[in-house]
Design a binder for this molecule. Structure first.
Ligand code: ADP
Ligand code: MG
Length: 343
């Protein structure tokens, strides 16, 4: 029954936690004790532990007018797993903390947790705890992710050297154009509730926005190839802003080439429809959750045939600054305009 709404008070706090946690089974050896005591117990057997956390608030980071709860749950987990991957680590556990206002029923919480569970299953991650509380308005969700990495494999933002190659996975700008599309259609709907959203033909960019993935596949592939990046970061705020982070932390400069930046057909088409320069979407859009990393030149042969990895430039001396070489061949300073200011 889709429309049944059970008040959370019918279950009570402990009833709700039991209800939430029942479908979750742990799969990782490092999870000694998950949900159900005052704390979880983990055994990382000499490996290094990565911890990362994110807090998302309704109305600031997501809009439930067009973001389904299941997708929100999935994405809230994935963005944290992406941070673990960006340390070259393997995600293993998450905790999920919620503040819920009275408008959320047990069924709504179930929707949210079905997305969380989908992400846990896909990435073989254990839900090991969390906290549940009430809020005056709206939903707040905080996810903490833990992961493991051998000390020798850790990759920081700070290891890039001049002449290293700058690589990016997948394609960029799609999540941003997906968001623009969802916001446009939501505005139309607010004016006339009978208007059906026009989303046909844009499944890919909508998925990029609503159901992003963490590039755990790349972390594993690089390991397989015997390539350890010299520095790495995930693209949450947009390529240009992340390049600035790598360069500042590594004390290097960088040149990237406009014609190397991969964009999907739908990203370009939607940008054109909305009079947005697709390059701006790729450079400043954010939320693509691709990995941006540098490798030593000697590793180029190993990565060059991977269709998911593109070399978009190279690191230079710090004094040369951060530059974009346009299709026309002119070199211009690359401004960092992430979407941080919005959040
Ligand atoms: P405490 O009062 O000690 O904080 P809780 O009653 O809040 O304990 O939590 C009991 C157990 O349920 C703990 O293992 C906690 O981590 C887990 N838990 C609480 N809320 C959630 C949630 N929203 N999602 C997953 N696990 C949760
Ligand atoms: Mg608690």
């Amino acid at each position: 029954m889709k429309n049944k709404k059970t008040d959370i008070s019918e279950l009570g706090e402990f009833g709700l936690i039991n209800h939430i946690s029942k479908p979750f089974k742990t799969v990782n050896k490092s999870t000694v004790k998950g949900i159900g005591d005052d704390g979880a117990i983990l055994d990382y057997k000499g490996k290094q532990l990565v911890v990362t956390t994110d807090l998302l608030t309704e109305g600031v980071h997501f809009n439930l007018m067009y973001v389904p709860l299941k997708h929100l749950g999935y994405k809230a987990v994935v963005v944290n797993l992406s941070d673990v991957c960006a340390m070259n680590a393997i995600p293993k556990q998450i905790t999920v903390s919620l503040a819920l206002s009275g408008k959320f029923s047990v069924e709504a919480v179930d929707e949210l947790y079905s997305g969380i569970q989908l992400a846990c299953d896909k990435y073989s991650v254990d839900l090991i705890g969390g906290d549940t509380t009430s809020s005056i308005t709206g939903l707040t969700i905080s996810v903490t992710a833990l992961g493991e990495v051998e000390k020798a494999d850790i990759v920081y933002r700070s290891g890039a050297k001049p002449n290293d190659l700058l690589c990016v996975t997948g394609d960029l700008g799609g999540a941003y154009m997906g968001l623009q599309l969802l916001e446009r259609e939501n505005e139309v709907f607010k004016v006339d509730e009978n208007m059906k959203p026009q989303l046909d033909g844009y499944a890919y960019i909508l998925e990029r926005q609503l159901k992003p993935e963490a590039r755990l596949d790349i972390v594993k592939a690089l390991k397989q190839m015997g390539v350890k990046p010299t520095s790495m970061i995930d693209i949450s705020d947009g390529l240009s802003s992340e390049i600035h982070h790598l360069c500042e932390n590594s004390k290097v400069g960088c040149s990237i080439y406009e014609d190397k930046i991969a964009m999907d057909y739908q990203t370009r088409a939607m940008a054109e429809e909305m009079n947005i320069n697709p390059l701006v979407a790729a450079l400043n859009g954010g939320e693509d959750y691709e990995l941006l990393f540098t490798i030593d030149m000697k590793d180029f042969e190993k990565v060059k045939n991977d269709p998911d990895i593109t070399v978009i430039g190279h690191m230079t001396d710090f004094s040369e600054g951060i530059n974009l070489v346009t299709v026309a061949g002119t070199s211009i300073p690359l401004e960092a305009q992430g979407w941080n200011h919005r959040k």
